[in-house]
Design a binder for this molecule. Structure first.
Ligand code: HEC
Ligand code: HEC
Length: 245
């Protein structure tokens, strides 16, 4: 039954117009989707617990300035955003700024356990809330850059992101159902990684998949791409911390 309706997704997308973008959870297998909703079956909750502990740790703690982590509700739904100094920041970049400029401690580092833990715990506060990134004003030129990246054919396979995530969404590829390629579930625990990982780590996997250049975590290329993905996801729910096969 479930396979049946999933096969129909591309057709439904066609009927509703090609630009249809669906929540990622609708592309997950029933088992993964259920476990994503269930803290007792979601290994990513170890990172959430650690993130909540880190939030309160030390004299100059995150909590000392921000209060309860529940006050971060809605924040992840607004990232990435352009900070007052003109830099495009994802949630991880924003946390690192507080780490170095407010706490005056060395940066955690991209893909470190602590940064993924804090990002997971903060993103969880926005779970179910609609993505609400700003795409005009100073964000507009970053958005255009991300759009260009998304639409450009890349790598030996000569495929654009949309070549898979728009034209072939709902189809099977190497055991995965191709989703619309949104960042709404990140950070995510991926069973194949056996750990929590960032959106940029996932993007590197997609770049590798088409034999294209892999950009560094936190690079301008992936930040602008992340903004464009978030613009596609506007109004759809934040699903982080995600669970993936
Ligand atoms: C000394 C006070 C202070 C500490 C400690 C601090 N922050 Fe902040 N944080 C701020 C201020 C001030 C801002 C707003 C800065 C701005 O808007 O430019 C902020 C902004 C943020 C934001 C973005 C909020 C939004 O609405 O966009 C996040 C997320 C955040 N901090 C996380 C953390 C985390 C995680 C820690 C601990 C690792 C932390 N902060 C520690 C003062 C602090
Ligand atoms: C050859 C097909 C293909 C291409 C091209 C491709 N991807 Fe993917 N991508 C996948 C598959 C398969 C997955 C895993 C299943 C899924 O979630 O869609 C995936 C996963 C993702 C995810 C994670 C979704 C989630 O919730 O776990 C994002 C985000 C993503 N891709 C974005 C991109 C972007 C941006 C590009 C262009 C740089 C791109 N992909 C190019 C096949 C592709």
């Amino acid at each position: 039954m479930t396979l049946g309706w999933r096969r129909l997704l591309p057709l439904i997308a066609l009927l509703l117009g090609a630009a249809e973008v669906r929540p990622t959870q609708e592309y997950l297998s029933p088992e993964i989707r259920a476990a994503q909703e269930d803290p007792s079956r979601h290994p990513g909750w170890l990172w959430v617990d650690e993130g909540e502990a880190l939030w309160r740790a030390g004299d100059q703690s995150c909590a000392a300035c921000h209060g309860s982590i529940a006050g971060m509700a809605g924040v992840a739904a607004r990232y990435p955003l352009v900070a007052a100094d003109g830099a495009l920041l994802d949630l991880e970049g924003r946390i690192e700024r507080c780490r170095t400029q407010q706490q005056r401690e060395p940066a955690f580092g991209r893909e470190s356990e602590a940064l993924l833990a804090l990002a997971s715990a903060i993103a969880l506060q926005s779970r179910g809330m609609p993505v609400a990134v700003t795409t005009d004003g100073p964000a507009a030129s970053f958005l255009e850059e991300g759009r260009r990246f998304y639409e450009t054919r890349q790598g030996q396979l000569n495929l654009s992101c949309g070549g898979c995530h728009d034209d072939n969404a709902g189809r099977r590829l190497r055991g995965d159902i191709i989703s619309n390629g949104l960042g709404t579930g990140y950070p995510a625990y991926r069973l194949e990684w056996n750990t929590m990982g960032s959106l940029h780590r996932r993007l590197r996997a997609c770049s590798l998949g088409v034999r294209a250049e892999q950009f560094p975590l936190g690079s301008r290329e992936y930040l602008t791409l992340e903004l464009f993905l978030a613009s596609r996801a506007k109004g759809l729910p934040v699903e982080a911390p995600g669970l993936r096969r």
